[in-house]
Design a protein around this ligand. Structure first.
Ligand code: COA
Ligand code: ZN
Length: 304
């Protein structure tokens, strides 16, 4: 199972504190040290819209281990793509929300405009040898328009693949999905596009991220976005709480026999750093349990 760590982007874009470029690099380095192989490092969006990502041009060229880590960055338009290319980005992600209102709130475009913009941006990226993936956001439910029909998600995904996107990320941006809906939508998506070209992005707003990830895994999905410490939430989607926590997903998958390549002890150091940098007591649900295990081990070592 491949974990795509999105904490430095989805996790930090919504924090009340501004984390410095150096500290973001420390966090990303801690994640790399834990064995994370794919990292969405930043977004090249308008600094007026998301001030937390204003340092993208400085951050991206300084990322370490580009040989073994697939770094990507989110771009909202051609301007973002140009900035990303100048910074050395080899993989971009565009965001196409499934409803009109969500696109207007997020990127100030109608659904049709956003779709045209994403097609254009993906085409330009691919023509330039840049890998492109596309988020289909609010794929289950929109905070403004309510339930989203699977047929619409399929059609939008189809248009992104047709434009040349190598991957589509089905995103439950506000954490409104439940496993039955995940099964229904992803079964159709996998039947149409194949599991290898799909990944899933869940938020834990209602404590369903793990169940949803499991439902997606059962449909053949093997790529998941996750955020260290469960940091996250879209500033433009009311009600969006944290992402599925990387450590929770790693424990879930590893305990069920799937290899993530992530070292839990080292990941916990990254979780602690994320907490220190944001000033928030972050941590997935497994954190307390992992800590308790560590304390027990320490006691046993002491007795021995
Ligand atoms: N990077 C940096 N600046 C950008 C930019 C980009 N990719 N795209 C546009 N801008 C600048 C413009 O130059 C303009 O600057 P100015 O006011 O100094 O002239 C300003 O942003 C507004 O540009 P405009 O084309 O009028 O766009 P807008 O105000 O309608 O905003 C977006 C559209 C897409 C740029 C903006 O809504 C955005 O960046 N959204 C990202 C939202 C996000 O990150 N959501 C979370 C992740 S899904
Ligand atoms: Zn998200």
């Amino acid at each position: 199972v491949l974990i795509n760590e999105v904490g430095a982007r989805d996790g930090l874009q919504n924090q009340p504190v501004q984390v410095s470029c150096d500290d973001k690099l420390r966090l990303i380095e801690a994640l790399a040290a834990a064995g994370v192989r794919a990292i969405e490092a930043t977004s090249f969006v308008s600094p007026k819209a998301v001030p937390q990502m204003a340092d993208a041009d400085h951050l991206f060229p300084r990322l370490a281990h580009p040989d073994r880590i697939a770094y990507s960055a989110l771009v909202p338009n051609r301007r973002g793509l140009e900035r990303a290319r100048a910074a050395g980005v080899k993989e971009i992600a565009v965001v196409l929300s499934a409803t009109d209102t969500m696109n207007r709130r997020n990127i100030n475009m109608s659904l049709d405009e956003a779709q045209a913009m994403c097609v254009d941006t993906v085409r330009a990226a691919v023509a330039d040898g840049v890998r492109a993936k596309a988020y289909v956001a609010v794929a289950f439910e929109c905070p403004f328009e309510g339930a989203v029909a699977p047929a619409r998600v399929l059609a939008l995904s189809e248009s992104m693949f047709a434009a040349g996107a190598q991957e589509v990320v089905i995103a439950d941006t506000i954490g409104a999905a439940a496993p039955a809906a995940v099964t229904r939508l992803l079964r159709e998506c996998v039947a149409h596009f194949g599991a290898a070209r799909l990944s899933a992005h869940f938020h834990d707003t209602r404590a369903m991220a793990m169940a949803n990830a499991w439902a997606a895994l059962e449909q053949g999905i093997r790529k998941f976005d996750a955020s260290v410490g469960g940091l996250g939430g879209c500033p433009f989607a009311p009600g969006a709480a944290g992402n599925a926590a990387t450590e929770d997903l790693v424990v879930l998958f590893e305990q069920c026999g799937y290899d993530t390549g992530v070292d839990l002890d080292r990941l916990r150091q990254a979780v602690a750093l994320a907490g220190a940098l944001t000033g928030r007591a972050v941590g997935g649900r497994t954190t307390t349990w992992l800590q308790a295990g560590e304390e027990k081990q320490a006691r046993q070592a002491h007795t021995a």
